[in-house]
Ligand binder design. Structure first.
Ligand code: NAD
Length: 693
């Protein structure tokens, strides 16, 4: 970590220590050591009466350097630096301009006062990585703002803004002018008051009068988070603040923190954090790749997806024309968009004025000619190659030169769609997920001839829309849906082999998904998969039979389950179970039972295997890209890190052996371990060891 510095200046008796460890002043070993020695020098200097800790750049301190977690500790450790800081004989004031997060806020809490700028954000987000604060935060924060608020803040992991920080007593003053100067004045005033008062001096133990309020919140939180050991740890550690003296309570915090660092659930969450960050590095693109300007958009189709995508543009301040073939469909689509906003206004998450402003950015139009002015066109018409080819061929004629031509297709060959144009360099996929205005993931599909500047612009645009873009290549279903198809096929196979829908769904929710695959199919509508299967020659004997019987899921009141009178959770239907048993018999299958673990393996390992093929073919650049897609588009449980990380945690040799067993039993050779998976398994490696193609 070369170049890490703490700049030191002495201004009128105050040592101003300015942290500079770009990009976010992470508290890695270098910065910790530099703070320690700068502080030591300031304390030893007789002309210094007080100290200000400030930071260069927009962030005070973004947090610990989490890449150091799980590596051997290197002194000085943060808790030790903070002990020396709050034990300093001269007052230290933190000047917080921007974000003070995690270890950064713990650093500020060890100071004797905190002065914040209007853009400051103060938070302890450790809980989101499966951890708890580990450098005194769980003890200092409750002493400053009360155990109940402190617990709530650490439990949510969300930062508070400057005003709130002052209101709750976390910050001492909000300064809109020169922040360092204000902190300096504050520090001098403290110096006049004698020995500095530490946060811990507010009580050797937490105030017993506040205990009941805290206990109610803690019990509730632990009950709500059965699979999250860090929530229980957080409650225990704050509780320790009532029962033990500060020194001992901090030791308890450290022990629990270190145990969580080693917990596989936290490891998975940290892995996912880095994997997501890594997706921004798209092979073949760089900061220097030119971008195209996007100031206006057109969306073709005002259906489920087109409407949601149009809202994304309007929300991001980009004027958008929504195009349909007929006025009636357009009116229906516009009414749905208005209704979506209206329900946000009703919920209180959007103001009436903001709704009007956003609606003002949406123009409805009939006829493709209306796409002529747009810098980007996103097509979200029916999922039929003929329709898409007609639209893109017309866009060749209509769209302005340099406009990006994107399709939201779920499965279709974007190279073929590009062939329909005279400008394949401008064509790419922007695969949004439903509901498009809510879901964060966008698969940005790079077709064979997509120009680098078009691809870079597609990625940047997705970020502007508040989305998480992951770049993938062209194949049937891209990354997410291609793997999902494997899970669906495995689900059918399980039904025929002896499992019932509720058993499969229970195993999957127990694994950590919010919904099982069959409840999910019922919610989305069974006709979606049916239509795709009919178009591609696929077969799913049980689901097909249900569709033929008019059982399309929740919308028809019946699917894999029964939904009497609009019920949202289904109940078992003996008719469906009889149908499944009949279908097994027709296929000559003797039914047997499956344990939940076996169900999960049979559903998920074929997906992992498909993921390996996706990597070998270069459809995804890294296993982490696949995991990011599954975590953000398909509700894969975050603490399991995504399918590829999960397979790594099982061990690829065991995964390969299971897949061989499934292939032998079913006679389906596509279940055999993919060459990449087989090779890694044989070499005793993990997907995360894979160096790329
Ligand atoms: P939809 O049927 O709800 O909407 C399609 C709309 O396009 C209809 O309103 C239709 O009138 C309009 N349309 C058809 N041809 C047109 C044309 N030539 N010009 C202008 N408008 C035309 O379908 P949807 O669910 O919104 O799906 C749209 C696309 O998005 C499909 O390619 C689909 O595969 C894809 N997609 C859907 C989902 C999903 O969950 N529904 C998710 C991701 C991607």
């Amino acid at each position: 970590m070369g170049g890490t510095v703490v700049r030191q200046e002495i201004l009128g008796g105050v040592a101003v220590l300015t942290l500079s460890n770009p990009p976010v002043n992470a508290l890695g070993h270098g910065l910790r050591a530099a703070i320690d020695s700068a502080l030591e020098a300031a304390l030893a200097n007789d002309s210094v009466r007080a100290v200000v800790l400030a930071a260069e750049g927009k962030v005070f301190v973004g947090g610990a350097d989490i890449s150091e977690f799980g590596t051997p500790p290197r002194a000085p450790l943060l808790p030790d630096v903070l002990d020396r800081l709050d034990g300093a004989g001269k007052p230290v004031v933190a000047a917080i301009y921007g974000a003070a997060l995690g270890g950064g806020l713990e650093l500020a809490l060890a100071c004797h006062a905190r002065v914040v700028g209007p853009k400051a954000k103060l938070g302890l987000p450790e809980v989101k990585l499966g951890l708890i604060p580990g450098a005194g935060g769980t003890q200092r924060l409750p002493r400053l703002v009360g155990p109940e608020s402190a617990f709530a803040m650490m439990l949510s992991g969300e930062p508070v803004d400057a005003k709130k920080a002052v209101a709750m007593g976390l910050a001492d003053a909000l300064e809109t002018g020169d922040l360092v100067e204000a902190a300096r004045t504050h520090a001098l005033k403290l110096a006049e008051g004698g020995a500095p008062v530490r946060v811990r001096d507010r009580g050797e133990r937490l105030d017993p009068a506040t205990r009941a309020g805290f206990e109610t919140k803690a019990t509730e939180a632990v009950k709500k988070a059965p699979g999250q050991p860090n929530v229980a740890a957080l409650a225990d550690v704050v509780r320790a603040g009532f029962d033990l003296p500060f020194e001992e309570a901090v030791k308890t915090e450290r022990t629990r923190f270190l145990a969580l660092v080693d917990d596989p659930r936290s490891k998975a969450l940290r892995y996912a954090f880095f994997a997501e960050r890594e997706t921004a590095r798209v092979p073949g693109l760089s900061k220097e790749t030119p971008r195209r300007e996007i100031a206006s958009a057109a969306v073709i189709g005002a259906g489920t997806m087109g409407g949601g995508i149009a809202l994304c543009f309007a929300n991001a301040g980009i004027p958008v024309t929504v195009i349909e073939t007929e006025q009636e469909a357009l009116d229906r689509g516009l009414a749905r968009m208005r209704a979506t906003y209206a329900s946000s206004v009703k919920r209180g998450s959007l103001s009436e004025a903001a709704m009007e402003e956003r609606l003002g950015r949406i123009t409805g139009a009939v006829g493709l000619d209306n796409a002529a002015q747009a810098d980007i066109v996103v097509e979200a018409a029916f999922e039929e190659m003929g329709i898409k080819e007609t639209i893109f061929s017309a866009l060749s004629r209509i769209a302005k030169p340099g406009a990006i031509l994107a399709t939201n297709t779920s499965y279709l060959d974007i190279d073929r769609i590009a062939d329909a144009t005279d400008r394949p360099g401008d064509v790419l996929g922007l695969h949004f997920f439903s509901p498009a205005n809510v879901m964060r993931l966008v698969e940005v599909v790079r077709a064979a001839r997509t120009a680098p500047d078009a691809l870079a612009t597609g990625n940047d645009l997705a970020r502007r829309l508040g989305k998480l873009p992951v770049t993938v290549g062209v194949c049937f279903g891209f990354v997410g849906n291609r793997m999902l198809a494997r899970r669906s096929a495995a689900g059918e196979r399980l039904l025929l082999a002896g499992a019932l829908p509720h058993e499969v769904d229970a195993a999957v929710t127990e694994f950590g998904f919010r919904m099982g695959p069959f409840a999910m199919s019922d919610l989305a509508g069974l006709d979606i998969g049916w239509r795709t299967r009919k178009a591609t020659g696929g077969k799913a004997p049980v689901a097909d039979a249900l569709c033929e019987a008019g059982r399309l899921g929740q919308k028809t009141g019946k699917g894999f389950y029964l939904y009497p009178e609009g019920a949202r959770t289904g109940s078992r239907d003996p008719e469906v179970e009889a149908l499944i048993e009949r279908t097994s018999a027709e296929h000559g299958i003797t039914r047997r039972s499956f344990s939940p673990d076996e169900i999960v393996a049979r559903l998920m390992l074929p997906m992992v295997n498909e993921g390996a093929r996706i990597l070998e073919e270069g459809i995804a650049a890294r296993p982490g890209d696949i995991d990011t897609i599954w975590l953000n588009g398909y509700n894969w449980p975050a603490w399991r890190g995504g399918p590829m990380h999960w397979a790594d945690s099982l061990g690829l040799a065991a995964v390969a052996a299971d897949l061989d067993r499934f292939a032998e039993e079913s006679g389906d050779e596509t279940l055999r371990p993919a060459p990449l998976l087989a090779r890694l398994a044989q070499e005793g490696k993990r997907f995360s060891d894979w160096g790329g193609r």
